[in-house]
Ligand binder design. Structure first.
Ligand SMILES: Cc1cc2nc3c(=O)[nH]c(=O)nc-3n(C[C@H](O)[C@H](O)[C@H](O)COP(=O)(O)OP(=O)(O)OC[C@H]3O[C@@H](n4cnc5c(N)ncnc54)[C@H](O)[C@@H]3O)c2cc1C
Length: 437
């Protein structure tokens, strides 16, 4: 992945002023070093401070805290995944779904707890969100999915064209499934900024401080090399998500996917009338390659309809093309929006694994990693960062045990073979889902 992503997230731009932290230079030693200042790293550092009030805790990020994927995502805080047809029909897949459900629900609850306890103003909306399509064939087993969720104590409701139109204010979608039960929407950069603003003072934060290499230290502990010095830590927690492979971690398990999104200016009074002043909503597509759309609390529209394997990042020229795709998606849904409604366009990296599972493990003595949430890291990262701090501290709990016991990401080839497979696969998914762009 190159450094070509220079675009700025609309969420970040609208979140207000961020605290600045210095870069770290020279040689230091610490009890704990957390690498990566996204949801995972922020949660890990916070929990370490609670568990070890007298320890030295350092947190570094190669750019700005909270402004990587954590400040660039679509803001769906997932507490209940929608089961797929296999999870409905096959006992083995259902067992995996159920095993993961405990983590998902705890993750959704953790976001809610932090927002409330820390008083974070991030437009948190616990009203759930909607999976919706135009083409019925793109939503397999719609009713069975709703039934399974409700049977498991969740909240789901099938919506037809009229119900969708009444709720969303647009007639684009024909079949939908509302999913509540802890699922929430938020302004992700405001959430991340709130977590940064409330970090305990014990945590020493450093920005523009890139970890270049991690190695075991002679005599115990871990040494992390920086551009201008090194840190020797008793223990290191890595919250690098899509950047893990770059530091040589999980290279044959985790891969980055580039997503791009746009946010419009606020709707005009006329446009508000056109959608009958619908309350804020979030819409996802049940098939890979479909679009994510939101009507935000501040009355803008978020559009994301690309997912690509571009390990070198998205250049400015590529971003301009993706923006045109977003404009197309907006035209399909909100034909009354004039040209030039988009105010921000940006890209970001999510991490994925072949079998849709996350990384949560001790990698080597003193080195721990959590990440790769397959596009659902707002809640999962927030929980698993905390759980990783507990695990690395030797704390045991049912949730830590559950996280350790789940399937690990499966093997993927590396190099040009993988590049070819991933590009073809993702391009195919985008093509298959074109009616849903
Ligand atoms: C456009 C988009 C839409 C998404 N939508 C959603 C959604 O709606 N819901 C959802 O749950 N998830 C979504 N995701 C995924 C979600 O953003 C991530 O799962 C989540 O941010 C992961 O948090 P994290 O802290 O593990 O990683 P990140 O947020 O990626 O943080 C990792 C941090 O590590 C830093 N870093 C990288 N390399 C180094 C290094 N060498 N040294 C030091 N620091 C380094 C980065 O600068 C970054 O700040 C989306 C992602 C994108 C890009």
């Amino acid at each position: 992945m190159s450094e070509r992503v220079t675009d700025r997230s609309g969420w970040v731009a609208l979140a207000g002023t961020y605290r600045h932290f210095p870069a770290l230079a020279g040689n230091s030693s610490t009890d704990w070093l957390v690498i990566g200042g996204g949801f995972t790293g922020l949660a890990a550092a916070r929990r370490l401070a609670e568990l070890h009030p007298n320890d030295r805790i350092m947190l570094i990020d190669r750019k700005r805290l909270g402004q990587g994927a954590s400040g660039r995502n679509s803001g769906f805080a997932v507490a209940r995944e929608m089961p797929g047809p296999a999870e409905i029909r096959h006992q083995k897949d259902r067992a995996v779904y159920l095993a993961n459900a405990a983590i998902h629900q705890a993750a959704g609850a953790e976001v809610k707890r932090l927002v409330s306890e820390l008083g974070i103003d991030c437009d948190y909306d616990s009203g759930g969100y909607i999976f919706a399509v135009r083409e019925r064939a793109k939503f397999q087993a719609l009713e069975e999915r709703a039934r399974m969720i409700n049977d498991l104590g969740g909240e789901a409701r099938v919506l037809d064209h009229e119900a969708l139109k009444a709720r969303l204010g647009i007639g684009f979608y024909n079949h939908g499934l509302w999913l509540g039960g802890g699922n929430a929407l938020l302004q992700p950069a405001k959430f991340a900024k709130g977590l940064i603003d409330t970090l305990p003072p014990q945590i020493e934060c450093f920005e523009n401080t890139e970890a270049l290499r991690i190695e075991s230290a002679a005599g115990g502990g871990v040494v992390v090399h920086l551009p201008d010095g090194q840190v020797k830590a008793r223990r290191v927690i890595v919250g690098l998500n899509a950047f893990m492979p770059r530091l040589g971690l999980k290279r044959d398990r985790v891969f980055p996917i580039s997503l791009t999104a746009s946010l419009t200016r606020p709707l005009t009074e006329e446009e508000e009338n056109a959608i009958r002043k619908a309350a804020p909503w979030g819409g996802l597509c049940p098939v890979e390659g479909g679009a994510t759309v939101r009507l935000t609390a501040d009355r803008r529209i978020l559009m994301r309809n690309t997912a690509e394997y571009e390990p070198d990042g998205i250049s400015e020229a590529m971003l301009a093309k993706r923006k045109a795709w977003h404009e197309m998606g907006l035209r399909h849904r909100f034909p009354f929006l004039g040209k030039d409604a988009i105010e921000f366009t940006w890209s970001g990296h999510m991490a994925a694994s072949r079998n849709w599972t996350f990384v949560f493990e001790q990698v080597s003595p003193g080195l721990y990693a959590a990440g790769c949430y397959n596009g659902a890291g707002v809640a999962r990262g927030t929980l698993l960062g905390r759980l990783m701090a507990e695990h690395a501290s030797g704390e045991r709990s049912p949730l830590v045990e559950t996280a350790l016991g789940l399937d690990k990401p499966s093997w993927v080839p590396t190099g040009s073979l993988f590049t070819w497979i991933a590009k073809v696969r993702l391009a195919h998914e985008l093509h298959q889902a074109r009616s849903e762009h």
